[in-house]
Each structure stands twice: as C-alpha cells, then as structure tokens.
Ligand binder design. Structure first.
Ligand SMILES: C[S@@+](CC[C@H](N)C(=O)[O-])C[C@H]1O[C@@H](n2cnc3c(N)ncnc32)[C@H](O)[C@@H]1O
Length: 264
C-alpha cells in the first residue's frame, strides 16, 4: 500500500516496511512453525478461541491472516467450517503443507485484504459468523485510514451480529519499555529469541534470532490497544470486550498480547 498523503504516517516509513509479503521471505517462513511451536501455542491458548466462537454461536469462520495455518487447523479439528486466507505466497504455501500433513480439508486462498470483496464474490464465499485476524497481523498496515478500510472489509464478510477476533502485540507495554515475550503465548519455540530493534511511535522492529545464528526482522506499526478499539468503532464495530493473554482481568503492562472481541 502506498502513502496516501504527504502528511500520512506512511510517508515517513521505509517503503520496504509496507511490503509485508517481502518481509515473510521463504527462508523466514520455513522457520515460522519452529518459532511458534504449535503444541506449546495450543497449550498456552487453551480453549479460548473455541469457547469465544461457540459462545457466539459461530460455525463458519474466515481466518484472514492464517499465516502457516495454526488457528485454521485448530478450528477445523474442532469441527468448525473454516476458510483460510493470507496475502503472503510463502505463508499460503506453508499453510497448505500443514493442512495436507494433518489431512485437513480447509479452503485456502492467497489474497491481500484489499481484494477481499473480489475474493468473496469470485468464489461465492458467502457470509461468515466470525472473522479472525490473529498473531498481530493488522500492524503491517501503517496508516490509520487504511486499517479502518481493512476492518470495514472484514466487517462486510460478517453476517449482521457476526464477530471479529483481532489481536495485537501489547504495543502499549512495548513502547513503555516493558517488552516481554513470555514464551507461553504465540511464539513458544525454544530455538528462537524475540527482541526489539528500532522502536518509536510509528515503528516497531521485532528481531527473531535462532540458535543456529539465523536472524530475521519484522517491521510493523505499533498500534496501541485504545487506538485499535477506536479504529474498530470507526469501521462500524462495537467492542464489548478486550483480553490480555486470554484473560478478562490483566495487567496492561505485563500482557504479551491484547485480544479484542468486535461485533459487526
Ligand atoms: C505475524 S503473521 C501471523 C500469522 C498467523 N496468524 C499466526 O498467528 O501465526 C501476520 C500475517 O498477516 C499477513 N498479512 C499482513 N498484511 C496482510 C494483508 N494486507 N493482506 C493479507 N495478509 C496480510 C501476513 O502475510 C502474515 O502471514
């Protein structure tokens, strides 16, 4: 996505940072599951997402940033109907390998969020009970107006009253100098360490260092929890609840990830 005006946040950003697909190089993505450790991640999350979805009466789920397919696979195994999508070709390839390996029948598409309407009509996907955008994905968009536009697109995938579950790294704590990667949630692999590189109000760089010396970087926009809630509301959602590391009551300076429940 290109800068929209000379005063926009993106005009200050290195154009390479706006190209999320480039950041997920084949080499980095080949190690994504090692970084996550699916078994430990599943243990850390417990039944949080399935409980939220069941409570909302959701059956059809659209996983908008499936990455290597972790949540799509977990939910398909739990008998939800899942459509998985991601804009990165390397991630989609990895998700396909994982779904095949697990013998899971999951519709999988490569599409940028900008093209979701086209995808929906081209493949007659219909409407969904829930959309997921997990693993701190929205922060790949640096411009507020573009994030709101993407959130509107997520909303148009939902039936009235449908639910979006969206999370972010806890950038409030990170910007306040409290970065913690507990290793209990999301990135649970023991062969990689996550550290913060460049950091300011409009850029956060994560540095992933593996035990064998390999090093990769993700450069994203540090969306604050309140900022994301306001963007969700600007996109027409209500936001009844937010959670820190899957808990309703949490210390905002200690949680690794903040998860928002938004209703269309
Ligand atoms: C940090 S990864 C999270 C992947 C997965 N959800 C997980 O938790 O392991 C962020 C994902 O969002 C995807 N993504 C970022 N911006 C996107 C966009 N504009 N359109 C589609 N996918 C996008 C990336 O390709 C990447 O797979």
């Amino acid at each position: 996505m290109l800068p929209s005006s000379p005063s926009s946040t993106t005009s200050l950003v290195d154009p390479n940072d706006l190209d999320y697909a480039r950041q997920y190089s084949a080499d980095f993505v080949s190690r994504w599951d090692e970084l996550i450790d699916w078994d430990k991640r599943a243990l850390g999350e417990g039944h949080f997402f399935t409980d939220m979805l069941l409570h909302a009466g959701a059956c059809r789920i659209f996983d908008a940033s499936t990455g290597s397919g972790f949540h799509a696979a977990q939910l398909r195994k739990a008998c939800f109907e899942v459509v998985a999508c991601d804009g990165s070709p390397t991630m989609v390839e990895r998700a396909k390998v994982n779904f095949d390996r697990l013998g899971l029948d999951i519709a999988l598409y490569q599409s940028d969020w900008a093209d979701l309407e086209f995808l929906q009509s081209q493949h007659t996907l219909g409407q969904f009970d829930a959309v997921l955008c997990l693993g701190s994905s929205l922060c790949h968009i640096f411009e507020r107006s573009e994030r709101i536009e993407v959130l509107r697109r997520f909303r148009s995938l939902l039936r009235p009253g449908g639910m979006l579950l969206i999370d972010q790294r806890n950038f409030q704590a990170i910007l306040a100098g409290h970065f913690s990667s507990s290793g209990q949630y999301y990135y649970c692999g023991k062969t990689a360490k996550v550290a913060i590189g460049a950091l300011n109000d409009s850029l956060c760089e994560f540095v992933y260092s593996f035990a064998d010396g390999a090093r990769y970087r993700l450069r994203v926009f540090p969306i604050l929890p309140a900022q994301l809630r306001s963007e969700l509301m600007a996109a027409g959602f209500s936001v009844p609840q937010s959670f820190g590391d899957f808990k309703r009551l949490y210390d905002p300076m200690r949680a690794d990830f903040i998860i928002h429940q938004a209703i269309a």
